[in-house]
Design a protein around this ligand. Structure first.
Ligand code: CTP
Length: 319
């Protein structure tokens, strides 16, 4: 049996749903959640057999020199040259070196956050991780404002900031980065080919406008080692989502991890529609095998960890 005992909870890719379309495993929510500290420690130890979270969270300046060639992690035949700008933004040391937090929030982007009133609770954690540079101020009541660590897939530049093609979008983006206020901006720049133009424009803007963000770029092995960790627990996730990557990294730094905004299903427990993102009109893409992630399987795993006290998953209103 695996150390997490997950094998008994093995799931197949077609998640079972009740007639209301609500996954049946979520209909009986567990009352009175309590952290299981020995399980938290065990998971941390287990995770650290695979990843050196402190180092894998970012490559550092001394790893490369300008002009070096990097092979994309998920597309090994394609390469990227380390520009002077990129090199100048690599941190000298891991942004999470020697860090330890009592409680952390990892905030996913599901529409389940809308009308949750979770903003205050999220902001009350010692460290708040957000995914893909989501808008905050218009949704503060439900999602909060604090961010200590924000991820940004290069695709966000195209999707939410028009590829930074005109001055309005560029200014909007600059304002958003100013809002990060010296916190960490984590850019998976070496995962797949495609967004390199965007990464370079973002990097140039940060330098030119002297934006106070602490840039970080995940190590070339992060995805592989995270996948390896879950696989030994019999969870086969080829391409972990940003949310799962963040949870896995957080196990190293956080004693209590609270997840919000994780709900990869189009309906809530009462059968009401739930938007894929709380802030835009993006559609659900993850139910076919063609999608890059297996979020329902990830969710089922996180739910199981919630019931064992390894993490706390909030999918309803906050008190
Ligand atoms: N998420 C979720 N349910 C949703 C939307 C998102 O559980 N309806 C979680 C996932 O773990 C996801 C994270 O929140 O990785 C951030 O959401 P998003 O920015 O939408 O991620 P994607 O761009 O869809 O995917 P990724 O960055 O993981 O490639």
């Amino acid at each position: 049996d695996s150390e997490l005992g997950t094998s008994r909870l093995m799931v197949n890719s077609s998640e079972k749903s009740s007639r209301s379309g609500v996954p049946s495993f979520f209909q009986h929510s567990v009352e009175g959640w309590r952290v299981n500290s020995s399980l938290v420690l065990m998971i941390r130890k287990d995770v650290l057999r695979f990843l050196d979270a402190e180092r894998d969270v970012s490559v550092v300046k001394s790893s490369f020199k300008p002009g070096d060639t990097i092979h994309y992690v998920l597309d090994r035949r394609r390469t990227l040259n380390v520009s002077h700008t990129l090199h100048s933004l690599l941190p000298d040391v891991s942004p999470l070196k020697n860090k330890r937090f009592r409680t952390c929030a990892v905030v996913g982007n599901s529409g389940v956050l809308l009308n949750s009133g979770c903003g205050k609770e999220i902001d009350s954690h010692d460290f708040v991780i957000r995914c893909n540079l989501p808008p905050l101020s218009e949704f503060a009541e439900d999602v909060g404002l604090r961010s200590d660590f924000t991820t940004m897939n290069p695709s966000v530049i195209q999707r939410a900031y028009g590829g930074l093609k005109n001055a309005t979008d560029t200014e909007r983006f600059v304002q958003r980065l100013r809002g990060l206020n010296d916190s960490v901006l984590w850019i998976p720049a070496f995962m797949v080919k495609g967004g390199e133009r965007h990464v370079e424009s973002v990097n140039e803007l940060i330098v030119k406008r002297k934006l106070r963000v602490r840039t970080a770029y995940p190590s070339l092995r992060l995805i592989h080692v995270v996948r390896g960790y879950w696989l030994t627990n019999k969870i086969n996730i080829k391409r972990p989502s940003t949310g799962l990557l963040m949870y896995t990294l957080a196990t190293r730094f956080c004693d209590e991890i609270h997840l919000y905004g994780f709900w990869p299903f189009p309906r809530d427990a009462n059968g009401n529609m739930v938007k894929y993102h709380y802030y835009d009109m993006l559609k659900y893409r993850y139910f076919s095998n063609a999608g890059p992630h297996r979020m329902p399987l990830e969710f089922k795993t996180l739910k199981m960890l919630h019931s064992k006290g390894a993490l706390k998953l909030t999918t309803s209103k906050c008190e």
